[in-house]
Structure formats: C-alpha cells, structure tokens
Design a protein around this ligand. Structure first.
Ligand code: MLT
Length: 409
C-alpha cells in the first residue's frame, strides 16, 4: 500500500472556509426559508469590469480562427500582460519582465512558493493569519505537531492584536521565511512605510526572505501605506511579492494573479553558497504550470486601459463604501471594529469576548448572517470576527441593520 504524506494528518480540521461553508449549508438545509446573508469568505459579488469582458470576448473570437488561435502560451505569462503590470504597478522600481510570473491566483502562489525552500527553514507568520501560508507549510513538513494552545511546534508566531495595533513585532528567534500580508487579511489593517522598512531591514540583517502578500493593495487609500514592498529600499534583495486580480477586478472565478521575484533575492545551498531564487521558481513554474489561459490574460490586461482603470476604480469604491457602512454602522452600535479603511475586511471584537465560533453560530442562528470566526485565523483571532465588504450594497445595509437591531454589544 502506498504510504501517505503524514504531515497532512497534522492539519487542524478542514480548511477554514470549507468549515464555515459546511455550517452555513447545514443551517440553510434546516431553515430553507431563511434569508441568509454572506459576509464570510472574501468572494466578490460585482461583475467583471466591462473592459475585461470585451477583451475576453475578443480573445474568444481569436481562438475560433486558425490564424489567431493560441495553444500553450509562455508558462510565465504573455509579455503583453507583464509589460502592462510593470508599467502600471512597478514603474521606476526596477522590476524586469523575467521577474514577473503570471499564475492562476495568489492563493496558489502563496501556497506553492514554499516548495523552493528547504524543509528545515523556520517560518514566521502573524497570528491571526490567512490560513494558506501555515497549512501549506504544515503539509510540507516544515512544522511540528499542533499543540493545545493552537500553535504548531517549530513555527514563529507574531501576535497581532488591538494592543500592538496589529503591527507584528520582530521575533526573538530568527526565522528564514517571514510571511506578511498588507493590507492584512483578516484584520483589514496595514503597515506603513516605516513599519514595513523595519521588516525589510530585519530580513536583510538576518538573511531572511519576506513573502509579501499584497492581494488587497488596490484598497489602499492612505498615502503612508506602500502600494508594493518594492517601494521600500532594500526590498529587492529580500522580498517576493504576491498580487492578485481577484479582489482588484473581480477575478475570483476567472483566476489570475502573479508573483514578483527579483533576481537579486537569494537563498543558500547546503554548502553555504548563494543561490538566486528566481531561477528556482522559474523551474518550478515551467515544470508544474502551463500558463494562465490566454483569454483570461487578455481580460487582465484590459484593466490597464483607461476604461478598465475607471471601471476598477468604481468597483473598489463600491466595496469600500460597503466597508464604511459596516464599520460605521457597527461602531455606532457599540462594536469595536478595526480595518475597513485600506482594506475590504472589518475585524470586530465579539460581544463580551464571546468565543468566535460561538459568535459565528449566534450570528447565523439569530440574524442569518455569515461571517468568519477570528479563531479560524489563529489563536490570537479568538474573540474577534471578520466581515467582508464584498457583498452587494442592499444586503450589506440589511446585514448591518439586522446586527444593530438584534444584537447587544
Ligand atoms: C478570504 O476570505 O480570506 C479569501 O477569500 C481568501 C482567498 O482569497 O483565498
């Protein structure tokens, strides 16, 4: 009989969003009449920008004709998209074409990147954290067992809570890989330039690599919050950035994202010599991935046209208005809420420090609203709860009304 990868047996329960979906489905089955509003998983509700749809239609037509048909494309992505990304998101930051790798989204990239690193590397993650960073390292065998306190042995946890303003402090023990997410999922908070610089300097001094998830960067409004880690001096030697079209332009279903991996980011071999990470990722990507669909890449390219930019701006404003409605509505009802200014997530304190999963059940049962329990993102998320701004306007207003009128904080 084939032996299994036993690291999978170390994983805690099912993937967070499968568990919330499972509980929601069970509730709906038992209460088919209930009008359940989902502000749980960060899935978008607004249609793709018109510019993307038109570009995709055109690309479909090209596929119908032998002279314009495309089969396998470059695994790293078409240059028409890579060039637009650099021109619009990394202008003047010295990023080159072969430092961008187009993919099917940031979730896969954040999960796959750990494959190019040795299994003995120590990882540091924030607590709470987007579960993909941790779970994929557990699967790879880069952690010990899950302890009773909800932490895996061998992992450095960086607590983020209201007391430290959700800004992770530098660890006492040096990690090799540091996962940072800004704007943050789940807390909706950000690191400003100065705070991020502390981490870049730390990574340089300690020869660590920062895995920087910037999937929500389109939601940044504060001038003081960097749009990319490569705005920070020295980051080109220590950082890998993950970006996504999902939350920017509604590609959660169509799937497109990318990694930025400068050729100057180094790791080391067992004999201590320096090795650039870019060629390793290139090797992994070209071996295991056959490229994002041409039609989708044409759609993604269209967000950089003048119409596309305007349409994306409107979509982001729509969600950020939802965020304002949630944040202000709940704050007026006495809820302590964070985030929702530079990010589409609102992170709130549960009433009387109620355990997050109890609050999930209470919200679902009493007002038919689905959110995400903070504890699902790590032990420091206990007593917190996440709502997303990705719902439609009407449902978002209705959800806030239901909470305000029926729950006491
Ligand atoms: C979330 O709700 O945290 C997101 O949907 C996660 C993701 O983008 O995979």
């Amino acid at each position: 009989m084939a032996k299994i990868n036993e690291n999978y047996l170390k994983l805690a329960g099912s993937y967070l969003f499968r568990e919330t979906a499972h509980r929601t489905a069970a509730y709906k089955e038992a209460h088919p009449e209930a009008d359940v509003i989902s502000l749980g998983i960060g899935d978008v509700t607004q249609p793709l920008p018109k510019a993307c749809i038109e570009a995709m239609h055109k690309a479909v037509d090209e596929m119908a004709c032998s002279s314009t048909f495309r089969g396998y494309g470059p695994e790293q992505g078409y240059s028409f998209l890579i060039e637009k990304i650099i021109e619009n998101n990394y202008k003047g930051l010295g990023i080159e074409n072969d430092e961008i790798f187009i993919s099917d989204g940031a979730k896969s990239d954040c999960g796959n990147i750990q494959e190019i690193f040795s299994v003995d590397n120590r990882i540091a993650i924030t607590d709470p954290v987007y579960p993909v960073y941790l779970d994929t390292n557990v699967m790879a065998g880069r952690t010990g067992l899950l302890a009773e306190d909800g932490h895996y042995a061998g992992v450095t946890y960086l607590s983020c809570n209201a007391e430290n303003n959700f800004c992770p402090e530098l660890p006492e023990e040096r990690p090799d890989l540091i996962y940072l997410c800004c704007p943050n999922n789940p807390t909706g908070t950000t690191l400003n330039r100065e705070q991020l610089k502390v981490w870049v300097d730390y990574a340089r001094e300690n020869e660590s690599v920062i895995l920087f998830d910037a999937a929500y960067n389109a939601y940044i409004t504060d001038e003081d919050v960097p749009r990319t880690i490569f705005e920070i001096e020295g980051a080109h030697d220590v950082a890998i950035e993950f970006r996504s079209f999902s939350k920017t332009a509604g590609f959660t279903g169509t799937r497109c994202g990318y990694i930025v991996l400068p050729k100057t980011v180094m790791g080391k071999t067992a004999d201590g010599s320096r090795q650039a990470l870019n060629p390793l990722w290139n090797r992994r990507h070209t071996t295991k991935f056959n490229g994002t669909a041409y039609i989708i890449q044409r759609g993604a390219e269209a967000i950089y046209t003048p119409e596309g930019k305007q349409q994306v701006k409107e979509i982001i404003s729509y969600y950020m208005e939802n965020a304002r409605i949630i944040r202000e509505g709940l704050t007026a009802a006495g809820v302590t809420a964070f985030g929702g200014v530079n990010a589409p997530y609102i992170w709130l304190k549960t009433p009387d420090n109620m355990p997050s999963w109890d609050f999930f059940d209470k919200l679902l049962n009493e007002v038919n609203i689905v959110g995400t329990p903070g504890a699902g993102f790590g032990p420091c998320g206990e007593g917190y709860f996440r709502l997303t701004a990705f719902g439609n306007r009407e449902k978002t207003i209705e959800a806030v009304e239901r909470i305000r009128n029926n729950l006491h904080f």
